[in-house]
Design a binder for this molecule. Structure first.
Ligand code: PFF
Length: 468
């Protein structure tokens, strides 16, 4: 089964390895690294989480990334067509299934970014300044003092997030307009800026009185995590999402690389950059939480949208600037991830049908925008539920539960079985090793064929168990 003809010259190519690494790390670094990681790390007891997480990186993250990258360069095709070329129609089916989850994940990912954009503007308007009266009173009911939680719920109840969602989609599509050329232009600016803003936030965090206690909490090894199965489950699920695996993005990005690219090296670079960013984001957030004795229990949404803003309000100076910096960072990190999600889908449509890029983008953007708008509709979000500290994000919760808890992990499971058994791990490894400085050993086959599918299957069955 050869892939159908598609105009290879038209698919685009990264101008340099740096362009690719920036784009792929921009995809990996996102909301997952800033908010989901911190709330997982807290929930699982700080130092008890990072050892399992580190193991998940080497046992599953890097090997799956090597596989996803190398099938992209080997076939020069995006996810469904690459799988079809290697394992036939079954593979293509899994590819489209994965892109369907990607579409749903993009809808809610962009909805979160829309809220972050609203909060960014509100922060600039002085939302977090101590003693400030609520900014934007013409648009929102006035609140008593700078209470980020109250304010966030008020924002949720307006139409502003819908406007913000449109703005985020517009930025994303603008960056995708000319494929690799415009993606590269965007990530060359956005990715270094993300690192810079994050470093500023860390320096602020650890220099707060008591801030280093948070760092100790995060990094003091606590071996108790090893014996707790749910810590392992959390670590493996978070790793899959954080590295942008199973959603077609990494294969699409790698398909724009020359065939002789060293995918072992690329995978190590991208995943270490990702996890490095995650750990430093953890330092910035935990130092702030500990300095002000804030309790991040609850959802990752509450952590990012009101617990952290509450901490920033207590900064001794430059509250506006730091408030802006935090949400700006989320928006930048998130948009470079959204770009990759949409590119994974659009490139598959182009490979399959030969449609012009604009048409393929429209096929993704139309349902995507509608879904993101529904997710931010005030009556769907129902901030009224917020009274007891939770956000009534019904639609988001449902999406998150199905797309992330089941679909994504199941795709990962089938994908590794197809590549490990049907195409053959040894086959894949031989191709990777042709171009790799660091040679993969037989351990790669063992991981891809046995260990990773077993882990993913266990996590899926476990999620089912909890649900039933
Ligand atoms: N890795 C991104 C994050 O950590 O926020 C999310 C993501 C982007 C997942 C792209 C999957 C993907 F294909």
């Amino acid at each position: 089964s050869t892939p159908p003809p598609s105009d290879a010259a038209d698919r685009g190519i990264w101008s340099s390895k740096l362009g690719f690494v920036l784009a792929a790390s921009g995809s990996a670094i996102g909301l997952g690294n800033i908010v989901f990681f911190a709330s997982n790390a807290y929930q699982f007891g700080g130092g008890a989480f990072y050892l399992p997480y580190f193991i998940a990186l080497f046992v599953m993250g890097i090997p799956v990334m090597i596989a996803e990258f190398s099938i992209g360069t080997r076939t020069g095709r995006s996810f469904p067509m690459a799988l079809r070329a290697l394992v036939g129609k079954r593979g293509e089916f899994v590819g489209w299934w994965s892109l369907t989850s990607a579409l749903f994940i993009t809808m809610y990912y962009v909805a979160l970014l829309g809220w972050a954009l609203c909060m960014m503007v509100a922060a600039l308007g002085g939302l977090m300044e101590p003693g400030a009266t609520a900014p934007f009173e013409p648009f929102l009911e006035p609140t008593a003092g700078p209470n980020a939680q109250v304010y966030f719920f008020k924002i949720l109840a307006t139409w502003w997030p819908m406007l913000a969602v449109i703005a985020i989609w517009a930025m994303t599509l603008l960056a995708l307009w000319k494929g690799t050329e415009t993606i590269e232009k965007t990530v060359r600016v956005a990715v270094p800026l993300m690192w810079l803003f994050m470093i500023v936030l860390i320096v602020r965090g650890v220099t707060l009185p008591g801030g280093t206690d948070g760092v100790m909490y995060l990094f003091t090894p606590d071996l108790s995590g090893i014996s707790k199965p749910d810590v392992w489950k959390g670590a493996f699920s978070q790793m899959f999402f954080s590295l942008s695996l199973g959603l077609g993005t990494m294969t699409a990005y790698a398909s724009y690389l020359p065939k002789d690219s060293d995918q072992v090296n690329n995978s190590f670079m991208v995943s270490l950059l990702n996890c490095g960013f995650e750990y430093i984001a953890g330092i910035a957030i935990f130092s702030m939480l500990f300095a002000f004795s804030l309790n991040p229990a609850g959802s990752s949404i509450s952590l990012s949208f009101f617990v952290i803003p509450q901490g920033i309000s207590a900064f001794p100076f430059a509250v506006k600037a730091f408030g802006f910096a935090f949400f700006f960072l989320i928006v930048m990190a998130g948009v470079t991830s959204a770009i990759s999600l949409v590119e994974g889908m659009a490139s598959a449509i182009i490979d399959k049908t030969g449609a012009p890029r604009a048409t393929a983008l429209a096929c993704v953007a139309v349902p995507g925008v509608v879904g993101s708008l529904i997710a931010t509709l005030p009556m769907i979000v129902d901030p009224g539920l917020g009274e007891n500290g939770t956000v009534g994000l019904n639609f988001l919760d449902i999406l998150d539960h199905w797309a992330f808890g089941y679909s994504l992990l199941t795709v990962g499971l089938i994908e590794t079985i197809l590549l490990g058994w049907v195409f053959g791990a040894a086959n894949l490894r031989a191709f990777v090793n042709e171009h790799a400085a660091l040679q993969l050993g037989a351990w790669f086959d063992v991981l891809l064929k046995f260990v990773i599918p077993a882990i993913l299957a266990t996590v899926i069955v476990w999620n089912l168990w909890i649900d039933l």
